[in-house]
Ligand binder design. Structure first.
Ligand SMILES: NC(=O)c1ccc[n+]([C@@H]2O[C@H](COP(=O)([O-])OP(=O)(O)OC[C@H]3O[C@@H](n4cnc5c(N)ncnc54)[C@H](OP(=O)(O)O)[C@@H]3O)[C@@H](O)[C@H]2O)c1
Length: 372
């Protein structure tokens, strides 16, 4: 039997987590600190979208069994090859639960909900309800909510998990209702519930860098975009990189038995909220010819004869943005103190600087590895 000291000495990837004072296993290895062997863990994910898919692929690599849903039959190559089991499911076109899905739900030990809330709250619970899973083994439910639920702050003050909720705002009210529905369901079933309030999620293929590349490739005027009111460059936004969001959610599942009580709400956010202008300004700085070529190769986009002109105009836009970002900072500065206390201080990408650099390097790496 491993004890905590031997785990730490032999496996440096174990680390001490805040007040919980537990060792977290970041690999598939199992020690006496864990209630169950990794082979026994089966995660069911409603919504294999940007976040769900990345987490699913990561956990399968670590030895978990993972089943997830998508609305369509078409499944990306990455999921097919990963070993994640996919079941088509759409709350809007289903009037009842299908048998295959119910069987898999009964096998799951962990349940994660990544389907966006709508006017009814959670589409799953509000439309179909969750059936009485007689033989279920679920002992942890994660609900991906949003920092949209909070009221924006005009000051520089931080928003923690107890901050006032924006009940009057339409989209916030969707997530607030969904959170309440999951609280009721898990309370009735006596299952632990983690509510993750997710900040703006970015990472490979979904970032300010990708936005600029995409706009440029279809001939949009980037200068006009930066100047438009829809850009709202001065509003303060909190973000988190996809890899960090996945790592913290995975850690919370490993530490399930240390959870304070049956309900825990935590913000998923990095260390540095900033304006969209600051973020786009840095994305703009990262653009170089190699990245543009690599991105175009990846997206099979041809014809870059006006590159020089566009690059020059980008430089002009960059200068303008630097003058705008010092004014009127407002919006949401989401505090991640609780996240770190519960699931570890470290983030792979503590700020958008490291995160966007990773996105750029990922474009270059993928274009080399996927070269014909
Ligand atoms: N991305 C962000 O910046 C951000 C920020 C805060 C909160 N959130 C919330 O966090 C969650 C995960 O985000 P994400 O970026 O991974 O979202 P996403 O990429 O849009 O994925 C959503 C997933 O839900 C599925 N889905 C949507 N409507 C459905 C329905 N009616 N029935 C069944 N499945 C449905 C989608 O199916 P398909 O795969 O078939 O499309 C997809 O798998 C979402 O609830 C999102 O609203 C996101």
């Amino acid at each position: 039997m491993w004890n905590r000291k031997s785990c730490f000495l032999l496996f440096p990837r174990f680390k001490l987590i805040g007040k919980a004072n537990k060792f977290v296993n970041k690999s598939s290895f199992t020690c006496c600190c864990h209630k169950a062997k990794v082979e026994d863990r089966h995660l069911f994910i409603f919504g294999l979208g940007y976040l769900g898919k990345a987490l699913a692929v990561q956990l399968v690599r670590q030895g978990w069994k993972v089943t997830g849903t998508k609305r369509t039959e078409s499944v990306e190559k990455e999921i097919l090859e990963s070993g994640v089991e996919v079941i088509p499911f759409d709350t809007e076109s289903s009037d009842d639960w299908n048998e295959t899905l119910l069987q898999k739900l009964n096998l799951a030990t962990h349940l994660l909900v990544c389907i966006p809330a709508n006017q009814r709250g959670d589409p799953l619970l509000s439309k179909l309800g969750l059936p009485n899973l007689q033989k279920h083994r679920i002992r942890w439910v994660g609900y991906i909510s949003s920092t949209l639920v909070y009221e924006a702050s005009d000051s520089m003050s931080w928003i923690d998990e107890n901050a006032p909720l924006a009940i009057q705002t339409k989209k916030a009210s969707y997530y607030i209702a969904a959170e309440e529905q999951w609280k009721r369901w898990t309370k009735d079933c006596n299952i632990r519930l983690m509510i993750f309030r997710l900040s703006a999620l970015y990472g490979p293929s979904r970032s300010a860098l990708d936005t600029l590349l995409r706009m440029q490739s279809i001939g949009w005027n980037i200068k006009e975009f930066f100047e438009s009111s829809s850009f709202a460059g001065d509003v303060m936004v909190s973000r988190i990189h996809q890899m960090d969001a996945c790592e913290k959610i995975a850690t919370s599942m490993l530490l399930e038995w240390t959870m304070p009580g049956n309900l825990c709400i935590v913000n998923l956010s990095d260390n540095l909220p900033c304006t969209r202008a600051e973020c786009f300004d840095y994305a703009f700085q990262l653009l170089d010819e190699d990245t543009i070529k690599a991105w175009r190769a990846l997206h099979k986009i041809k014809g870059d004869e006006d590159l020089f002109t566009v690059e020059r105009s980008w430089k002009e836009v960059g200068k303008q943005m630097r003058t705008r970002i010092t004014e009127h900072k407002k919006g949401k500065r989401i505090l991640n103190q609780k996240l770190k206390a519960l699931f570890g201080e470290s983030l792979y990408f503590p700020t958008f600087f490291q995160g966007l650099l990773q996105v750029k390097n990922d474009i270059l790496r993928r274009s080399l590895s996927e070269e014909p």
